[in-house]
Design a protein around this ligand. Structure first.
Ligand SMILES: [Zn+2]
Length: 354
């Protein structure tokens, strides 16, 4: 009975509750009274959910229970869930909010957009200025005021310095929750002001049943494709993305596809995702060539064997490196279609023709 109730709560869409594999980290963070906490771990394992859940818990107006969770029923929890709690600020790069608009805008004004995009991937000082005001007014609902910064390693230097001032002398009743993927990119002084909580990557045995409970078909494959990150697997499992992923897979497994037709077929996916999948694919090609099992594409062993049989391990490794190097600049493509064509040319030349 108790288990069924817990599952029902976890399954409610949009509800901020932490992932089951973060329970130990959760208990440590929830028990702490320090004003600033930094949670860190690989991207896509539920870290954003963890931060929002903790914010909800800090703001929750119900009497605390033994399980240290937000009640999800009080007015405060409902405001967090709806994304408009007056005492909560979630600061993220503008690009995260604009991700859905990208595909449409890619065709026009690519150069102009390139500039805007480069700026919007960082957290800028302007986004932190309203916090000074938040510090000066009293809490709307009489509880804490909470600032979530996600990801903290996206703050530029000016933003990081502005935040540091607040962390050094936290305004009364204000709490800070930072999420970071690469600790070496967070300034040492900011780090020194925060309690650190490490979020572990789940094992397959933890993540697969969870994905299954979220209604993901073939959760083991989805998890492998996402490199073991369950939130990425869940996001990728929506039907539109699944169709795009199939279109991409056709390009690498169907012998009649050329670089130009592949670029056309994968136009809606976008160069960064196409590249990221190609990097994983060539990683698997090298593994299969070396006699190991694929890491990302467990269902594609025949295609991987066929392609890798026609290549030397050295050629595969060279192709993998070329593609991996391209990831450094792919985030700001000047011309989306040309970039895609260049990527696919690299790939098809690398595997020996077409
Ligand atoms: Zn509550």
């Amino acid at each position: 009975m108790a288990r069924a109730a817990a599952t029902a709560v976890l399954d409610r869409p949009g509800v901020p509750v932490p992932m089951p594999w973060h329970r130990a980290a959760w208990m440590a963070a929830a028990a702490s009274q320090v004003p600033s906490i930094l949670v860190h771990g690989p991207a896509g394992i539920g870290e954003r959910r963890f931060a929002l859940s903790l914010a909800a818990y800090w703001l929750c107006e119900a009497p605390p229970g033994t399980d240290a969770r937000p009640c999800l029923e009080c007015p405060s929890c409902k405001l967090v869930e709806a994304g408009n709690h007056p005492d909560l600020r979630v600061i993220e790069p503008a690009s995260m909010a604009a991700e859905n608009d990208d595909a449409e805008a890619d065709d026009e004004g690519a150069e102009e957009k390139g500039k805007g995009k480069a700026a919007s991937q960082a957290i800028l000082i302007g986004q932190l200025r309203p916090l000074t005001e938040l510090a000066q007014i009293s809490s709307h609902r009489g509880g804490a005021r909470v600032v979530v910064i996600h990801p903290a390693d996206a703050m530029n230097i000016a933003a990081s310095n502005a935040l540091l001032k607040m962390l050094e002398e936290p305004p009364a009743g204000m709490r800070f929750l930072l999420v970071a993927h690469r600790l070496q990119r967070v300034s040492a002084t900011v780090l020194s002001r925060c309690m650190r909580v490490a979020l572990p990557m789940p094992t397959g045995a933890q993540a697969v049943p969870w994905l299954e409970a979220q209604g993901v078909e073939d959760p083991a494959t989805a998890l492998a494709l996402a490199g073991g990150a369950p939130q990425v697997a869940l996001d990728g499992a929506d039907p539109v993305r699944a169709a795009l992923s199939r279109a991409w897979l056709r390009c690498v497994t169907d012998g009649s596809v050329t670089a130009l037709s592949a670029a056309r077929e994968t136009k809606d996916i976008g160069a960064p995702q196409v590249l990221s999948w190609l990097v994983q694919w060539t990683h698997d090609l090298a593994r299969v060539k070396a006699g190991a099992g694929p890491r990302y594409h467990p269902r594609q062993v025949p295609a991987l064997q066929r392609l890798s049989a026609a290549m030397t391990l050295r050629a595969i490794t060279r192709l993998h490196r070329t593609l991996a190097l391209r990831q450094r600049w792919i985030r700001h493509p000047l011309n989306a279609q040309l970039t895609l064509e260049a990527l696919w040319l690299d790939y098809f030349q690398g595997i020996g023709g077409r």
